[in-house]
Design a binder for this molecule. Structure first.
Ligand code: SF4
Length: 488
């Protein structure tokens, strides 16, 4: 056991005792270790709890307690200690499950509500890996598009109503975030994009835009995109021929779109952003594939040359890497970490790039999708709402899975109406969820199980800002009383 860490934790435990004393308003506070044996046993157990949770962040407290031979009261104290300890929180931050932590930080700590508008009913691409694309035996590619009447696309009044509701949600202390995404390609419907951006600007709500960059080929469209605070361009290949093969196959006979077009569009947009003095962050969303994993460093060089702000590297969620590729990806990431300062763009590597990530190690199970509506909503180009990506995305064998539609937005029927009318939805298998939905489902479940075992959310071991708040039952914790002298 790491003695230095144990000593640090003992000090942090003392500070927790001091916090209890000061919050109870006791004069002459002097927390002292009464029983150093109990104290060091608990700190050692807490380190083991963290080592366990780093690999299984979704484990409910009851399971952790059984594995570690701890009582519920000891677990509560350990969780409070984890929240308060920079040493322990760093173990989570530097682990392959750090994105689990990000999910908790976004949705539980900051209390964020995310609305994802799937704008656009088509796409100029025919990506070979797109769940929306069917590759026929003759090699031609078929794209499933949204089908519906144009006159049912949400207009200005419907979109204004959504933003009014987001404003009300914000008044309740929850931070709204809007994403304009696909679905298919948002820039195939610049009118709807413009309506969303108008409302977001008026209400001061942040917007992230996700695009493949192919249609950023006019100053008007680039100017429109630059109204978002964060622009993420999907780019997975650095070779012109591979790009053509992956993005289009035989469908690019005219050669209208190419890697050169996208890079030129991005370059123009960065220049225009700088010339106009706008603050939008522009970066790449890059899926690390078997075919491109050797290009990770080259992507960072490209991003630097283009003047980009970040690259978000993610895995292909439908396929795990071969052991050789996995090892090479890990090695590259480690090397980049060592030499971080050389790379101007911020580099983000999703935890799900690693096989130890809970997205891969805990694939069995189902999500109760209506529970995700507390945190996010996807809206199809026709204003139909679904709390899960699967319920809003058209696929090759059907349009949208309407079993997961929870309502339709209209000028007279807003987001809050949809939420108020929410009914339980059929379960959905984990393997139909993207990583952030999967981790959100696991965390919702973990918190519910903890609550039913008598551990309220203030003890959430990943909710670090809770470190300085003492839950009402905390001072009465019998283990804490054995450790810390509370003097009145
Ligand atoms: S750009 Fe996106 S939506 Fe279009 S085909 Fe490719 S993956 Fe599918």
């Amino acid at each position: 056991m790491d003695t230095e860490l144990t000593n640090k934790l003992s000090n942090e435990l003392r500070e927790l005792g001091g916090l209890v004393n000061s919050q109870l308003g006791y004069p002459d506070v002097h927390p002292a270790i009464r029983d150093s044996n109990i104290c060091s046993k608990l700190t050692e157990k807490t380190i083991q709890v963290v080592d366990f949770l780093v690999n299984a962040p979704h484990a409910p407290a009851k399971i952790v307690a059984q594995k570690m031979g701890m009582s519920r009261e000891e677990i509560k104290l350990a969780y409070k200690l984890i929240q308060a300890s920079p040493e322990l929180t760093e173990r989570f931050r530097s682990s392959p499950n750090n994105d689990y932590l990000n999910i908790v930080r976004h949705y539980f700590n900051t209390e964020m509500y995310v609305v994802v508008f799937f704008v656009g009913m088509s796409c100029p691409g025919r990506c070979i890996y797109c769940p929306n694309v069917t590759v026929r035996p003759d090699g031609s590619r078929f794209l499933s598009v949204y089908r519906g009447r144009k006159d049912t696309i949400p207009g200005a009044k419907t979109i204004a109503r959504v933003f009014d509701d987001l404003d009300s949600i914000r008044l309740g202390g929850v931070l709204p975030l809007v994403k304009i995404s696909g679905g298919l390609e948002p820039l195939t419907d610049p009118e709807t994009m413009s309506l969303i951006l108008d409302e977001a600007e008026e209400k001061g709500i942040r917007v992230k835009l996700f695009t493949n960059g192919l249609l950023l080929n006019t100053p008007e469209r680039r100017r429109l995109a630059l109204r978002a605070s964060d622009i993420r361009i999907s780019l997975n290949v650095l070779d012109e021929h591979k790009y053509d093969h992956i993005m289009f196959g035989k469908q690019n006979a005219t050669g209208e779109y190419s890697l050169t077009t996208v890079l030129s569009n991005i370059g123009h947009m960065v220049n225009e952003r700088d010339r106009l003095g706008l603050n939008s962050k522009i970066g790449l969303n890059t899926i690390v594939l078997e075919e491109n994993h050797k290009d990770i460093v080259a992507f960072t060089g490209l991003a630097k040359n283009l003047g980009l702000d970040f690259i978000d590297f993610k895995p292909n969620y439908f396929q795990q890497y071969s052991p050789e590729t996995q090892a090479a990806v890990c090695d590259t990431i480690t090397r980049l970490h060592h030499d971080w300062t050389r790379y101007h763009p911020d580099l983000f590597f999703a935890g799900s790039l690693f096989k130890e990530n809970v997205f891969w190690t805990h694939r069995e199970g189902v999500c109760h999708p209506h529970k995700q509506a507390r945190f996010k909503m996807f809206i199809t180009p026709f204003g139909k709402c679904s709390p899960v990506h699967h319920g809003a995305f058209p696929s090759s064998d059907r349009e949208v899975d309407e079993r997961y539609t929870v309502g339709q937005l209209l000028p007279s029927h807003g987001l809050i109406d949809v939420l108020n009318e929410l009914q339980p939805l059929p379960d959905i298998e984990f393997d139909k969820l993207n990583p952030f939905e999967h981790m959100l489902a696991l965390e919702i479940d973990r918190e519910e199980q903890d609550l039913s075992w008598g551990i309220p959310p203030d003890y959430n071991p990943y909710n670090f800002p809770m470190a300085t708040s003492v839950p009402p039952d905390f001072p009465a914790n019998p283990v804490l009383k054995q450790i810390v002298t509370i003097r009145g």
